[in-house]
Write a protein that binds this ligand. Sequence first.
Ligand code: HEM
Length: 502
Amino acid sequence: MTAFYSNYILEQQTVKSISVGFIVLVGVVLVKKVFQRKKYKLPPGPLPLPIVGNLLQIFRVKKRFHEHLLDISKQYGPVIWMKIGGWNTVFLNDINVIREALMKDYDFAGRPKFPSAMRITKGKDILFGDVSDVWKFHRKLAHSSIRSYASGKKLDDLVNRVVQNCCDLMLQEKKPFEMHTFCGLFVFNWLFGIIFGKEKDVKDPDFVNLKDLTQEALDAFASGSTADIFPVLDYLSFGENKLDKTINKLCRVLEREMNEHLETFDENNLRDIMDYMICAQKQVNLEERKELLSDEHVKMICFDMFGAGVDTVLSSLHWYFGLIIQHQNVQEKLHKEIDEKLGSLSPSIESRSKLVYTEASIMEQLRYGTLALLGVPLSTIRDTTVGGYDIPKDTMVLINIGGLHENNELWGDAENYRPERFIADDGTLIEKPRHFMPFGIGKRNCLGEVLAKNTLGTAIPAFLQRLNFLPPEDGQPFVAKNLGSSLANLCEKYKCRVEERH
Ligand code: HEM
């Protein structure tokens, strides 16, 4: 009885202490909030709930999120504040505030430290790395390596070879096939060539292994983790998860490639992006190398290019072919332009300027099928301002690119795929509109922009010079559909046929 009584008292005291603790915690959070509100003139936004913030409201939204943001910006204005799990978040919804923020030195150029990204890269890469002198050096180096590679004959030859291989394989298909598989074959072979200087047979075990591992890592990463929304939970996770295992396997492949490259390196014959990096490594002294450009850094930069290059170019090609199968009138115009301007000459980076309609059709795909609807999350590296509001340091910043690209006030008929919107009355390409930014703008804009544009601008005419792209059955209506995801604008998988043109 006494034991029961003392247990009872103990339990009562524990409950009391927990309740007091909870009340104090809530009090501290509220007081902090009031002070934060007082100290800063924060932007307006829907009222957050304790702990989850605005997460439940976001899940309840019926429309795609970038469209919802445009709707509520009529009430709150173009700068909207929300709390997403553990993150203070600001959404920028019109071109003026977007440009104001992204052109403001490095204020908005940080990246949130998502636990899953940190596990992969340990902050040593470009995509997830925070602004620092080392990061600036890596970005500059990667930029000049990509530019040197992406503007030469090496890229022309690689793209044309890989396209012809893909065309041969498509022509061997007896039945309608999944276009996604062939876009994947193109992209992996192309990136393999650019980064590691290798073109592999699609059945080569090394090729299949790296392709599967990259896809696994991208899928695992895209599905995200609860700790990315509530970073505090990362302290509670132990051991190696599925993403860690995949990344470790990928790192071993990268290590093997790096060792092979180091053994066969010749500074007079830089074969690929990895060689460009090793060349830069040899130009810094051994002491600096550890801090500035270690082997780990080189591997992570190459890893970034795979990560950032695969899904983006794959998705663009997949959308593109879906759209021209749906719009056979556009495909006819493309064939006509390519036949008239190129004849049997292989497309090249140089020939892009002659193929105005083809270029316009690619720009229109990048608008219509905007991949990163809310960009890649940014964060503020210091207290700053935008649109007349204060934005504290370490706020996550999301740019509503989808909202810009689908806004009828800006495009008139944004829901239509219409390449002509990018062509001026005199038949030349129009100057790039300010509100068209598929590659982002500012200090964090896409590092692969030139490479992606040169690749799409060469590969697409090369495919079309040789093939007709057709729906799975004649006379069947064919629509390239959006998967309906809130963050990534992917085209639903579809089947198609091809026939040789000449
Ligand atoms: C159609 C193809 C592509 C599209 C639409 C695209 C789009 C984007 C966008 C929207 C961003 C974020 C910009 C920002 O945060 O403000 C980005 C960043 C980036 N992209 Fe691309 N990208 C494409 C292809 C590529 C390719 C082929 C590569 C490399 C081989 C690449 C490498 C990167 C890297 C490294 C970053 C991070 C830059 C940084 O954080 O400083 N991208 N891209």
